[in-house]
Design a protein around this ligand. Structure first.
Ligand code: URA
Ligand code: CA
Length: 434
């Protein structure tokens, strides 16, 4: 009897047909299948797994369970970029205008997000006047005219995923490769891009704790995208330490603008170059990685990426007078801490710094929380940098009532200086998968 037979099939280790998967997702989305049945099915999938074909069928069923964004009125190959989430990760804000300047259209829907800082949309909203709520017509028109638009998620993308994700959270079934991969890819496919570049992160500050699991997730998602006819590539990157130096919404806009002006940090620019190159390749604007990286460098050096960023901000109503002239961030209290040791920075605990930034007001613990766009942490050093006593180590931007010395003390405990060089320097980009 349906749907019990479908649960039993998976429970007993069988491979589900496309018909079974489509029907299960449809019936769950429209309420014919109860939560307890879907929960049992999720646990069966968690324990028995799914092959690539089942995972792709599940992805497509979830993608079709909500609205599908139609980008076909925009000429060219539309490329989307997705990160599995990390700390001080401004890659999207940098790479989107760079590839748009090279002629790859970027039509991006972005979330607000829970966690250490807001999502890309919250960061952009720290720019005075910037609005992220465009109608679908305005959104498409802007991409056709200037090659880039970023809006908040208004359409109901992958309705089934939203329901299933909440159920997984409550039933111990989040950490399953086919469930994670189909959850992410269903949203990317419904958002309408022709090709997808994924930044799959591992480490202390990432969803995937180990490099091996990040690689497996990357391979699974690349396989789904390919089977779904959306060329997909993945870059596996380290989140053992923050990627850039800014943790906070307006601070991350400041860091992105500096990076576009050629002053980006080593680790951040390595990821920008790797991802940008892959986006140019799938977007038909570079033949290989070497050419892609060279183009990205040129777009930074010539200022064309920064000019595209300013054009994009202006098109969405944001003020641009500050760009390239002064920082956007203005907080009630500003405090800079200096280094007391000599040596090499061998650890920066990103997750802990993210938690501190969140407690200062930069992120949301619950969906309804408000964020303060101007607060956060800016580091002057990155992982593996050498430091000397008296050099500035970080600046904190706090609300009027923040206890700045206490916060500074907490932060200092998460930046570890070792008298000698790091024993082993881990590269930030470890692999490209396609
Ligand atoms: N992010 C998602 O969107 N889905 C998952 O299942 C895990 C992380
Ligand atoms: Ca670590």
């Amino acid at each position: 009897m349906w749907p019990v037979e479908c649960i039993e099939h998976k429970r007993d280790g069988n491979i589900l047909t496309k018909i079974e998967i489509d029907r299960f997702i449809q019936d769950y989305t429209n309420g014919t299948i109860a939560d307890y049945q879907a929960a049992a099915w999720l646990m069966a999938v968690f324990l028995r797994g799914m092959n690539a074909r089942e995972t792709t069928d599940l992805t497509m069923a979830m993608a079709h369970s909500g609205d599908l964004v139609d980008l076909s009125s925009i000429p060219g190959i539309k490329v989307d970029k997705h990160s599995t989430g990390g700390i001080a990760d401004t890659t999207t804000l940098i790479v989107a205008p760079l590839v748009a300047a090279a002629g790859v259209p970027v039509a991006k829907m972005s979330g607000r997000g829970l966690g250490f800082t807001g999502g890309t949309v919250d960061k952009l909203e720290s720019i005075p006047g910037f609005h992220i709520e465009l109608s679908e017509q305005q959104f498409l028109r802007q991409v056709r005219s200037i090659g880039i638009a970023v809006i908040g998620q208004s359409a109901e993308i992958a309705a089934a995923d939203k329901l299933l994700y909440a159920l997984r959270d409550a039933t111990g079934t989040v950490e399953s490769m086919p469930l994670i991969a189909s959850s992410i890819m269903s949203k990317k496919i419904a958002a309408g891009a022709d090709a997808i570049v994924l930044d799959v992160k591992y480490g202390d500050g990432a969803f995937m704790k180990t490099k091996e699991n990040a690689r497996r997730l990357a391979h699974t998602m690349v396989e789904i995208g390919t089977l779904a006819g959306r060329p997909t590539r993945a870059v596996v990157t380290s989140m053992e330490a923050p990627l850039g130096t800014a943790i906070g919404n307006s601070l991350e806009i400041d860091e992105a603008v500096e990076a576009l002006a050629g002053k980006g940090g080593r680790r951040l620019m390595e990821v920008v170059s790797a991802i940008g190159a892959q986006m140019l390749i799938v977007g038909g604007k570079a033949a290989d990685e070497a050419e892609g990286r060279k183009k990205i460098e040129e777009l930074v050096r010539s200022g064309r990426g920064l000019a595209k960023f300013a054009e994009f901000v202006k098109a969405q109503g944001g003020s641009t007078a500050w760009i390239g002239k002064r920082p956007l961030t203005k907080a009630s209290q500003v405090f800079t801490a200096v280094c007391t040791d000599v040596g090499c920075i061998t650890e920066i605990h990103g997750r802990a710094l993210g938690d501190i930034a969140m407690s200062m007001g930069a992120g949301r613990a619950r969906k309804e929380d408000a964020i303060d766009p101007m607060v956060g942490i800016r580091l002057f050093k990155e992982l593996y940098d050498e430091v000397r006593p008296g050099e500035p180590l970080f600046t904190i931007y706090g609300k009027a009532d923040a206890d700045m010395t206490a916060i500074a003390q907490k932060i200092a405990g998460h930046i570890i200086v070792t008298p000698s060089q790091a024993a082993q320097m881990e590269p930030v980009v470890s692999e490209m998968i396609f």
